[in-house]
Ligand binder design. Sequence first.
Ligand SMILES: [Zn+2]
Length: 96
Amino acid sequence: MLQIEFELRAEGDELPDAFLDASELEMMFAGTRTSLGDSLRRKFAAVKCGEHGSPPKFTISGAYDRATEQMDLQYHVDTCCQAFLLRVMQILNQRV
Ligand SMILES: [Zn+2]
């Protein structure tokens, strides 16, 4: 099983007329975990380093800014070596 960690959080002060309330925000985070997790697992189901046999590890951090109501997602990839990292990045950037 591919290792994927999510660090999703909300930042900033909630607006009086916030577009998403706390439970909707949780639902959006849950949806993000599911859809990104599924898509990564699909892309990387059989991907291992040819030399070391290790799969990549992903950490996805997301900060939802309550003031701008935007979600900023960042992918962090851990691999056993630089060559495999390049391959993982190529796969990550491919459209499905
Ligand atoms: Zn390697």
